[in-house]
Design a protein around this ligand. Structure first.
Ligand SMILES: *C/C=C(C)/C=C/C=C(C)/C=C/C1=C(C)CCCC1(C)C
Length: 256
């Protein structure tokens, strides 16, 4: 298999197991963070600056989390009642508890969503991560899958809310903002939906995927959902002036 070949190749580099993906994740997050910092260096518009601060923070938190996992700090063992012992990188959940709300804040501010809608979205999102952590730490298999289901339902609410409520706010914005919103929304819809699947097939769930393969998958997802997301957002002209400027026609209507 491809994964087997990768493992042989990496053994010749002297890095063991999934450590290689954690190292690559750390470097990817750091490079993304540095790129966003250099790009945002001379931004003066305070609302545009806000997008930079949030996005740099996301990359920084993830870099710290990856580094801690690389050094084996963010790792613990859970012994299930059936005697199975699984390695759990709990640092991911600490990372996601902060970075997923920040990602939603980024796209919510872009769309011009109300504070109330943002608060609702972020609360459900935090609930999703906390119940996901509960699923990961439970010792009784059936409880693990029950919490996985609760967390996945919460995720479906988050995605629904993003498309419908935040989407409605975005539809009042200018063309640039609307098209950037659509691209970022689709990126979230696709990338986020893979996380519960990765958990389910990975070591925390059915164990169809080894820790090695699962760590690779999470690294690709994390880099796409954070650094890929940041690239698209910060390269867009839509963030100048806060992102949610009304369309010229909406302006004209308001003037009537
Ligand atoms: C940068 C990190 C991101 C965008 C992480 C997103 C994570 C999720 C959408 C996780 C979802 C999960 C469930 C829906 C079920 C339980 C297991 C989780 C926590 C992996």
């Amino acid at each position: 298999m491809v994964l087997g070949k990768l493992q042989t190749l990496q053994a010749s580099l002297g890095v063991e197991g999934e450590g290689i993906w954690l190292a690559l994740g750390t470097v990817g997050m750091l490079l993304g963070m540095l790129y966003f910092m250099s790009k945002g260096w001379d931004v003066e518009d305070p609302e545009e600056e806000e997008f930079y601060v949030i996005t740099i923070l996301i990359a920084g938190i993830a870099a710290a989390s990856y580094l801690s996992m690389f050094f084996g700090f963010g790792l613990t063992e859970v012994e299930l009642v059936n005697g199975r012992v699984i390695d759990v990188y709990w640092a991911r959940y600490a990372d996601w508890l902060f970075t997923t709300p920040l990602l939603l804040l980024d796209i919510g501010l872009l769309a011009g969503a109300s504070n109330r809608d943002l608060a609702t979205l972020i609360t459900i999102d935090a609930f999703m991560i906390v119940t996901g952590l509960a699923a990961t730490l439970m010792k009784v298999p059936v409880a693990r899958f029950a919490f996985w289901t609760i967390s996945t339902i919460a995720m479906l609410f988050v995605l629904y809310y993003l498309v419908v409520t935040v989407g409605e706010a975005a539809s009042a914005a200018d063309e640039d903002t609307q098209s950037t919103f659509r691209v970022l929304r689709n990126l979230i819809l696709v990338a986020w939906a893979v996380y519960p699947v990765a958990w389910l097939v990975g070591t925390e769930g059915l164990g169809l995927l080894s820790l090695y393969g699962e760590t690779l998958l999470f690294m690709i997802l994390d880099l796409s959902a954070k650094i890929g997301f940041g690239f698209i957002l910060l390269r867009s002209r839509a963030i100048v002036g806060g992102g949610s400027a009304p369309t010229p026609s909406a302006d004209a209507e308001a003037a009537d």
